[in-house]
Design a protein around this ligand. Structure first.
Ligand code: SF4
Length: 337
């Protein structure tokens, strides 16, 4: 069977099967990309700390033979991850002190975040939660009742954010049940879902999921996570347009990453492509200083200079807000001079 035929077969399978077939070794990914691992600064120690995981849908958007591909750089375990940078830590944004109880982070006024699962479809090397103690702090079935009681007991909470890990790794039934429980709490006005799956595993956006998010009594906001225009392939476009046509509000948050998108033309192309398919380019985060990610950092002065270049070219609604998250702060903060 040709590579093309086996890819076609892969993409005809359901999302769970596609996920089960994700790349999980450096050698397999390199073979697919026609790159020798010897030409890359790969690190088995870094892969031991945080294993490689890449769905084919995402890998298929990488340029074969290019060791510097910006999508590859986001997922490849490299030697630089083993360098200890000053100021980088395992809990860079103060998640652990904000854990109100297992499964809930309550940092900001009016919003709580549910840590629905510790699993993701892809392992982004720059992830700020790559060292998060999910086994203690994620929301399991048994902790769900207590979490719902917590939300119910505080009338000041108007928005529930499903996060993780990636909340869209929950099965449709489980997700629907969770959405219904949240919708039944009278003071909740919005449910926000933060997910990278529409970008890296678009098959996850099933008709059942679309039905669940477009039929509830409260508005659903979906924040996707896309860092580079090359991530938006035809499969991604198709699910973004399906969601948009069902009235789901779509926003993007990107992370500014050295060697991936630290260039004004690349940021402009990302905003243009997102917007063309119904997604507002909302946030550009400076890197959260998680251990193992220092090589991705773009300094705040450099980030500001880049955003100024983007502003000079694009209309305001296509310029993402440049933000950072500081442990203990009452909201995200704009990065400014
Ligand atoms: S999908 Fe999100 S939570 Fe998961 S590894 Fe990537 S950045 Fe981290």
């Amino acid at each position: 069977m040709s590579d093309q035929q086996s890819e076609t077969q892969h993409f005809s399978r359901n999302w769970q099967q596609q996920l089960a077939e994700a790349f999980n070794t450096i050698d397999d990914l390199c073979r697919y990309l026609e790159i020798s691992p010897l030409d890359l600064p790969v690190s088995s120690a870094a892969a031991g700390n945080f294993p490689l995981k890449v769905p084919l849908s995402f890998a298929a958007s990488m340029e074969k033979g290019n060791p510097n591909d910006p999508l590859l750089r986001q997922v490849l375990p490299v030697n630089d991850e083993m360098i200890s940078y000053p100021g980088f830590s395992n809990d860079p944004v103060g998640d652990i002190p904000a854990a109100a109880r297992a499964g809930i982070l309550h940092k900001y006024h009016g919003r709580v975040l549910l840590i629905n699962t510790g699993s993701c479809a892809i392992h982004c090397r720059y992830c700020f939660r790559r060292n998060f103690p999910y086994s203690e702090l994620q929301l399991g079935r048994q902790k769900e009742k207590a979490a719902m009681n917590y939300i119910r007991s505080d009338a000041g909470i108007s928005e529930v954010i499903l996060s993780g890990g990636d909340p869209l790794l929950l099965a449709d039934d489980r997700l629907k049940d969770l959405l219904q429980q949240i919708c039944a709490i009278g003071h909740i006005k919005r449910i926000r879902i933060h997910s990278r799956l529409p970008i890296v595993l678009p098959a996850r956006i099933t008709e059942e999921f679309v039905g669940a998010v477009s039929s509830g009594s409260v508005q659903v906001v979906l924040v996707v996570h896309c860092n580079h225009a090359n991530e938006i392939n035809s499969r991604v476009i198709s699910v973004l347009e399906r969601l948009k046509n069902c009235g789901v509000a779509l926003f993007n948050q990107a992370v500014l990453l050295r060697g991936v998108n630290d260039n004004a033309a690349i940021l402009c192309a990302l905003s243009e492509k997102l917007f063309a398919h119904g997604v507002i380019p909302y946030y550009l985060h400076v890197l959260d200083k998680a251990s193992g990610t220092g090589h991705f950092e773009v300094s705040e002065p450099e980030a500001l200079a880049l955003i100024e270049q983007v502003q000079a070219v694009l209309p305001g609604y296509l310029v993402p807000k440049l933000v950072k998250e500081t442990a203990g702060a009452s909201s995200k903060e704009y990065v400014c001079k």
